[in-house]
Design a protein. Structure first.
Length: 387
């Protein structure tokens, strides 16, 4: 017999609370200062933000703020309908074409978020006749899509070409799915090796490029399509705005237009958002110095951590996790950092595997060297507290 819903909710929340897994929101104040996204206010205190995916500081970029204002004047603030009714405009088409130019894919399809792009792609493309393999650490949206699709799926060991190859031996596998930069570990997939393996086995390579697009070298070289059959890019990370696109062949995109329920039965991304994302893509291409500033900040952070013996994972990206393991300890270190004015995400299961709770520190081109030094000092003190 099912429990009354009030009882079910209370019991469930109580259990999460006891395990240190309750999730909470914080209403932050980020006002535009022209200085990037490196700080915000919360309950009257200023914090350095080491917990954002806005790797290039574009969410506060004056040119992009002006581009959004201009796009809202031109198109209004909403699309008014789903894309197949009257919600698709020249602004969407222009963004899709630009993404194709930059990546070499034939066609593109826009969504309001990366989560819906991933689930739409996967649950529409696969069914119970198909077998798919995916990296052990792929994003929740990919897992949800695979579950909804009914496809058989196996997970290979994280970033292991050998493990993936074993799963491909002797059976027909429709696709190998991975991420370019892993959202919680910050390491990069061996995409060239996966591409070669997939070619050998006649398997599609599908890459969630949420944390790579805009920051990884070659993102705009027009050749991504030679490395990946399908690429999902998001606009809410390095591009600093919102939305996502699936990139692939004409045939794939036409198939999704006719069959993807998330696309067909949902209000289209607004034209103003599409125009903003296009401006952000162009800004990103035109300003390689932002990537250079981010690379300098990553290097500085890693060097200072090395000097203070803070153990890091093997990540060269803007995502630099510090694994603590225990949930309560992770929360307590994050709280100590907060007391020092540093905001860092405490990431717990089920977002990461049990026993690997961590601080997920993210760097931005907008951080100043002194911000990074302060973060590392506070981190060293918080980690070694009580020793
Ligand atoms: C790897 C990965 N894919 C997809 C998404 C979803 O993208 P969005 O935030 O645009 O929904 C995220 C966001 O957390 C992500 O980390």
């Amino acid at each position: 017999m099912s429990l009354p819903l009030e009882t079910k909710i209370a019991t469930w929340q109580q259990a999460l609370c006891e395990q240190g897994l309750l999730r909470q929101r914080h209403a932050l104040i980020t006002s535009h200062t022209g200085a990037g996204n490196a700080q915000f206010l919360y309950e009257g205190q200023t914090y350095l933000n080491f917990s954002s995916n806005d790797y290039l500081g574009l969410s506060q970029c004056p040119q992009l703020i002006a581009a959004l204002q201009c796009a809202a004047q031109q198109y209004g603030v909403g699309s008014g309908a789903s894309p197949l009714v009257t919600g698709y405009s020249e602004a969407h088409l222009a963004l899709e074409r630009r993404l194709c130019e930059l990546t070499g894919h034939q066609a593109s399809l826009l969504f309001g978020s990366g989560f819906s792009a991933n689930t739409a792609l996967i649950k529409t493309l696969f069914d119970k006749q198909d077998r798919v393999i995916a990296d052990k650490l792929v994003h929740a949206s990919i897992i949800d899509g695979l579950r909804d699709s009914g496809a058989g799926f196996n997970r290979f060991l994280h970033n292991s070409v050998e493990s993936a190859e074993r799963l491909l031996q002797g059976r027909q596998v429709a696709a190998l799915i991975t991420e370019s930069v892993f959202s919680m570990d910050g390491d990069c997939a061996p995409l060239a090796a996966f591409a070669a393996l997939c070619r050998q086995h006649g398997t599609w390579l599908i890459v969630d490029d949420a944390h790579g697009f805009g920051v990884l070298p070659g993102f705009d070289d027009g050749r991504a399509a030679t490395r990946m059959d399908v690429q999902i890019v998001t606009f809410g990370k390095a591009l600093g705005c919102q939305g996502a696109a699936i990139l692939g062949s004409h045939a794939l995109i036409a198939f999704l237009v006719s069959n993807a329920r998330e696309y067909i039965y949902s209000t289209a991304l607004s034209s103003a958002s599409a125009a903003l994302a296009l401006a952000a893509v162009d800004h990103c291409v035109a300003h390689p110095e932002l990537r250079a500033a981010l690379a300098d900040n990553i290097e500085l952070f890693k060097r200072l951590c090395d000097e203070t013996q803070i153990p890091l994972l093997d990540s060269t990206s803007a995502i630099q996790p510090v694994i603590i393991g225990d949930i309560a300890q992770t929360l307590s270190v994050a709280a100590r950092l907060r007391a020092a004015g540093i905001w860092v995400g405490a990431i717990r299961p089920p977002t990461v595997p049990v026993g690997s709770a961590r601080l997920r520190i993210t760097l931005s081109a907008a951080h100043r060297p002194e911000d990074i030094a302060h973060c590392v000092n506070a981190l060293a003190q918080a980690l070694h507290f009580g020793e």
